[in-house]
Ligand binder design. Structure first.
Ligand code: SF4
Ligand code: SF4
Length: 188
């Protein structure tokens, strides 16, 4: 009976494994996102085009571990080309409030999947505190189907995003034009 209660506690039957952690992942990582995540956030928060600079960034790809196919080419005023990635404003994430996600229902899939990988395995480098890691480990054993559902959706969104980026990169423009491009897609 006591064992059952401990199991429920660490696997999040009552609170969730993250209850024991102070949101390290939301503070320590730069959160790269896809066009689908961007669109979800824009629609749910009803953001205007002029709001985008407050929440999103285009960071130099060389500063991050990146998926080559999501590198966005951006022209600056001097017409030089920079390689960038689309991210949320991070360190801590702009949506983190009192150590909780302020956009939980429509958070980027990379956040929903963490601390798991695309293949459903836990990341060996996960930042979670030990008790949370145990909770996620047990959750993975009992709830692998749900984790794989998120992973599959994530892979599909990445595939679609890579196509969009490929298209943009054939004729790159400024950061403002890139945000115009993404913003116009959210209204399609
Ligand atoms: S969107 Fe939410 S879960 Fe993702 S990093 Fe930001 S606060 Fe954390
Ligand atoms: S996913 Fe891990 S690092 Fe992030 S808040 Fe939960 S326990 Fe902490």
């Amino acid at each position: 009976m006591i064992l059952m209660s401990l199991y429920d506690l660490v696997t999040g039957k009552y609170f969730g494994p993250c209850t024991f952690c102070d949101a390290r992942c939301c503070k320590e990582y730069t959160i790269t996102i896809t066009a689908h995540d961007f669109s979800n956030i824009v629609k749910n928060l009803k953001l205007k085009r002029s709001d985008l600079d407050k929440y999103f960034e285009l960071l130099k790809a060389s500063l991050l571990n990146s998926d080559e196919a999501t590198i966005i080419l951006i022209k600056d005023d001097a017409e030089s080309i920079h390689e960038c990635l689309l991210t949320l404003k991070s360190h801590p994430c702009i949506f983190l409030k009192n150590n909780k996600c302020g956009i939980h229902k429509f958070a980027p899939l990379v956040c929903k999947l963490y601390p798991f990988r695309y293949n459903g395995q836990m990341l060996s480098s996960a930042r979670c505190v030990l008790i949370s890691k145990v909770g996620y480990f047990l959750e993975n054993k009992s709830n692998k189907k749900n984790i794989m559902k998120i992973a599959d959706q994530f892979s599909y969104n990445l595939y679609e995003y890579r196509k969009l980026i490929r298209q943009w990169n054939t004729s790159p423009g400024s950061k403002e034009q890139f945000f115009d491009y993404l913003y116009s897609l959210t209204n399609e």
